[in-house]
Design a protein around this ligand. Structure first.
Ligand code: ADP
Ligand code: ADP
Length: 223
């Protein structure tokens, strides 16, 4: 369970991106739905310890995620909204590189892990291809493989379905649902169907505040 309390963030330009966010996020897929500018990315970056809140706390099963950033980064996987990859590098080589960055330095272990992850996201057959030749859906699945290095307890995925065609989108969301059987997965999106199709629980955020939480179809009906 991820527990967020009174989380606030005002940027240097005066924008109040987060205004006292309180959320309890159980294991499984959790949808964070909101329009552009609602504060989704700000919340995701804060949970990922890439920016500090002005106020508030974030705990995962009682562990304070803001206290020890390196430790937090070891236990979470993050697929940012703008996930950049080197276009001229093969999927396999790039994933091995990410594994090194995450501290998997033993070569044999790294190879095994890379193979297991590429198979899990269904990219094993195209592992030698350069990332620049990948479709949007393949790139996102590669992004998930990267996020899963180190067996994270928390996986954060920011606006992952933007630009995917329906088949790629379904494939990607099914992959997330599988992952969500074991860990907390937060899916940020402005697309209602991403949440209603997949997430047992969700929150709607707007202007830096939680507007409602609950089971998606009920929550949306009550709007
Ligand atoms: P600095 O000027 O100290 O680099 P900023 O807060 O201006 O800090 O920018 C930090 C990052 O956030 C930059 O990558 C910038 O492009 C981005 N950024 C700045 N303003 C916005 C905004 N309104 N919406 C989204 N991203 C922004
Ligand atoms: P969302 O992901 O829901 O689109 P964001 O968290 O990106 O929302 O943005 C929330 C608000 O904060 C917006 O008004 C945005 O312009 C602003 N913002 C986001 N990042 C920055 C930044 N680094 N510096 C200044 N303002 C930002």
């Amino acid at each position: 369970m991820l527990t967020i309390r009174h989380l606030s963030k005002t940027y240097a330009n005066g924008v109040h991106a987060l205004r006292g966010i309180d959320l309890d996020i159980p294991q499984g897929m959790f949808g964070l739905l909101g329009p552009n500018g609602a504060g989704k990315s700000s919340l995701m970056r804060t949970i990922a310890t890439l920016q500090d809140p002005d106020q508030g706390s974030i705990e995962l099963d009682g562990t304070d995620l803001l206290a020890d950033k390196p430790a937090t980064r070891r236990l979470l996987g993050y697929l940012p909204q703008e996930f950049g990859v080197y276009p001229k590098v093969s999927a396999e080589a790039m994933l091995e590189h990410f594994a090194v960055l995450k501290g998997v330095t033993a070569r044999g272990e790294r190879r095994e892990l890379t193979e297991a992850l590429l198979r899990q996201v269904n990219l094993w057959d195209v592992r030698k291809r350069k990332l620049g030749s990948f479709s949007g859906g393949m790139r996102q699945r590669f992004g998930i493989a990267q996020a899963l290095i180190g067996s994270p307890k928390l996986v954060i995925v920011d606006e992952p379905t933007a630009g995917l065609d329906p088949e790629e989108r379904n494939r990607f969301l099914n992959l997330l649902a599988e992952i969500g059987e074991k860990v907390v997965v937060i899916l940020s999106t402005h697309i209602v169907a991403d949440v209603t199709d997949l997430c047992p629980r969700m929150a709607i955020i707007g202007q830096g505040q939680v507007l409602l939480t609950g089971e998606p179809r009920e929550a949306i009906r009550s709007l």
